[in-house]
Design a protein around this ligand. Structure first.
Ligand code: SAH
Length: 351
């Protein structure tokens, strides 16, 4: 590792910020030794705050029906080869109750963007039922962009967290990944509205998405530094065969891990998942993610019957396992590398 990169890492660890040029150098001039040094610093910081614990979030993929046409996503509206589904409230609540039994105290309701069936009334009804049925459980919603009034209603119904990845903090790049019906400004406005309302907010981006440059990643890091999301979900872009990006290369494990460590140092208390996409590009991706500074994993709680239909990218893992199996498998995987999955709501430290 050149001494310049080491200086940048040490500066980031002590000051939690670098100049945009500093971030660019840190990324561009990375070496395997630099990555190792960075991961050690990141792991030390996460241990100071969260010890060796790993929080679990039970992910329920409630619908793959989507009105949007994001160019990277397998469930985009124009993909005619997807068998569409949505889970009804009873099924969702049953999945959440299963999760409670397995020790999850956070449920994430994720799905394509649609307000026809999943109107505010229906979502509020589901949220209220989960809260009644599952004591001390935090409900997270991840259903894309909605209006501020809608976000407010879900919050009033009891959802306290919202996960909406910003996808990229660079407007031009955003416009190359999304159809013209979607706007960068609106996505960012949603994130500000969610924060204003009082949600714990999750943002995040794909690593190695088409057209992404180091400068775009620098914009993402500056955004994370200034907005300080409570959670940052990052994972490699992985092509899906039925999208315009079918032939684009996937993002790498190596760069994703490096960015996880950088994000931990920028925002020490952040909730940082080792994502399913990371586990998809490498059989030990999630373990490596946690060793690089991540402290959250999100096992799947969806009914096995629909798992394959929520195919955002090719070869997604864990589509055949029963929920109980997923939970046990992840706990064992984490224990093997010295971390402990805990029964906890998993709020951000210092809340
Ligand atoms: N409709 C919701 C949920 C989207 S799916 C929303 O808009 O927030 C959750 C995340 O999966 C997305 O935010 C995106 O970052 C990621 N994703 C989608 N397609 C992907 C792909 N091909 N490779 C990797 N991640 C992908």
């Amino acid at each position: 590792m050149t001494s310049e990169v080491k200086v940048l890492i040490d500066e980031l660890a002590s000051r939690h910020t670098l100049s945009p040029d500093g971030y660019e150098q840190l990324i561009e001039r990375r070496t395997p030794e630099a990555a190792e040094h960075l991961a050690k610093r990141a792991d030390a910081v996460r241990r100071e705050i969260y010890g060796n614990t790993v929080f679990v979030r039970g992910l329920i993929e409630i619908s793959n029906i989507c009105k949007n046409d994001c160019l990277y996503c397998g469930i985009r509206a124009s993909n005619r080869n997807v068998e569409r589904y949505r889970l009804d409230p009873d099924t969702i609540v049953a999945c959440a109750c299963d999760g409670w039994e397995y020790g999850y105290r956070t449920i994430v309701l994720q799905g394509g963007e649609e307000t026809t069936y999943y109107s505010d009334d229906v979502l509020c009804y589901v949220i209220e039922r989960i809260i009644k049925a599952c004591p001390d459980t935090a409900v997270t919603v991840s259903m894309g962009e909605r209006g501020r009034a809608s976000f407010q209603r879900l919050y009033d119904a009891g959802a306290t967290r919202y996960l909406l990845r910003h996808e990229t903090a660079n407007k031009e790049h955003y416009e190359r990944l999304h159809p013209s019906s979607m706007s960068f400004e609106h996505r960012m406005q949603c994130l500000r509205d969610l924060r204003d309302i009082g949600y714990q907010v999750g943002a995040g981006m794909m690593v190695g998405s088409p057209f992404q440059t180091t400068r775009h990643l620098v914009d993402d890091l500056v955004f994370i530094e200034t907005f300080k999301p409570d959670m940052v979900g990052i994972g490699p872009f992985i092509p899906h065969h039925d999208t315009p990006f079918a032939d684009e290369p996937a993002g790498t494990l190596e760069l994703t891990l490096y960015l996880l460590s950088i994000i931990r140092l920028i925002h020490p208390r952040v909730l940082l998942p080792a994502t399913t996409a990371l586990g998809t590009i490498d059989p030990l991706g999630r373990e490596k993610g946690v060793q690089a500074g991540a402290n959250v994993v999100m096992p799947n709680l969806s009914p096995v019957a629909v798992r394959k239909q929520y195919e955002l990218y090719d070869n997604k893992i864990c589509t055949g396992d029963e929920s109980a199996v997923c939970r046990g498998c992840l706990a064992r995987r984490m224990a093997k590398v010295g971390y402990e999955v805990v029964v906890d709501r998993g709020d951000i430290a210092g809340l």
